[in-house]
Design a protein around this ligand. Structure first.
Ligand code: SAM
Length: 283
């Protein structure tokens, strides 16, 4: 067995065993590596950072998708920015009530390789007639999108470095606000509250979004293979509150079987530890 190792902070590393590296390629945007192991199955990294593995992808994809649908079960038009592995689109497409999904991924090669090596997330996504796939920069896409044209935006991006940087800017969040309709919801990466660099990303993202959206919350979940295992998404909306407006019965009626998400967990996920709340409130 060999070890894939990722540096989580100056004095913390994380390793996963694998049997073989099945693909390695430099795209115009990033270095893409696929590995095959036993415990975590097939996984891939971008520029040496873990993206998706077969063991815990359900946690991330449940949590990026379902809290928004439980808050607004009438979501019909969804914009996914990033999400090249297809897992977020897969979850969104499970809602038969969704009419249109636009996925804007900057790196087509990520999606093509996931179709080949990671069918658990990518299979069937492109073939769904409700799907429109665009291979372009998400920031450029929202800058040109019409006002009030989406019910939900899911930002399934890499960290705020390299190509992902523009998706953590005030300019991007302002465009998302404009593009969302009056009940619109934005879900986006808030990184981890541990390790200085990640916690700063979290604090800055929240501060920017709070200055634009009247409702801006953060929720947490357990993601074993992301730095510290404690990961956060932001929930922002023009009108809907993720706890006060949750529609438990309506979400149950969708009849979706989920492995991580449920509506009790939804409520609990917004109850944050004191150190996270304090960090989010800091200027
Ligand atoms: N679940 C993963 C995580 O949190 O690490 C993210 C997975 S998904 C593979 C992230 C995708 O965002 C990548 O495929 C990357 O190419 C895409 N991406 C990064 N910056 C982007 C941008 N500016 N516009 C569109 N897609 C972008």
């Amino acid at each position: 067995m060999k070890w894939y190792t990722e540096q989580w902070s100056d004095q913390c590393k994380f390793s996963i065993g694998y049997n073989e590296e099945i693909h390695s390629e430099q795209s115009p945007f990033q270095k893409i590596d696929f590995y095959k192991g036993e415990d975590f199955g097939t996984f891939f990294t971008l520029d040496g950072l873990m993206m998706v593995n077969e063991k815990d992808e359900f946690v991330y994809h449940d949590m990026i998708t379902h809290p928004a649908f439980a808050t607004n079960p009438d979501i019909k038009k969804v914009l996914i920015i990033g999400g090249g592995d297809g897992g977020t689109a897969r979850e969104v497409l499970r809602y038969k009530s969704v009419e249109k999904v636009v996925m804007v991924e900057i790196d087509e090669l990520v999606f093509r390789l996931c179709q080949k090596y990671l069918p658990i997330t990518a299979a069937g996504v492109e073939e769904d007639p409700r799907m429109e796939m665009i291979f372009d920069d998400g920031l450029a896409y929202v800058q040109n999108a019409a006002d009030n044209s989406f019910d939900l935006i899911l930002v399934d991006s890499t960290d705020p470095i390299s190509v992902g940087e523009g998706l953590f800017t005030t300019a991007f969040y302002k465009e998302c606000f404009r593009v969302l309709n009056e009940k619109g919801i934005l879900i986006n990466q808030h990184e981890s509250p541990y390790f200085t660099e990640y916690a700063e990303n979290m604090r800055k993202a929240h501060k920017k979004i709070k200055g634009i959206f009247p409702i801006a919350s953060v929720y947490q979940f357990h993601m074993p293979t992301y730095p510290s295992g404690h990961w956060l998404f932001g929930f922002a909306s023009k009108a809907l509150h993720p706890i006060k407006d949750i529609q438990v019965d309506a979400w149950d009626k969708f009849g979706l079987k989920t492995k991580y998400y449920n509506t009790d967990l939804h409520v609990g996920a917004f109850a944050l530890p004191t150190f996270v709340k304090e960090a989010l409130d800091r200027d």
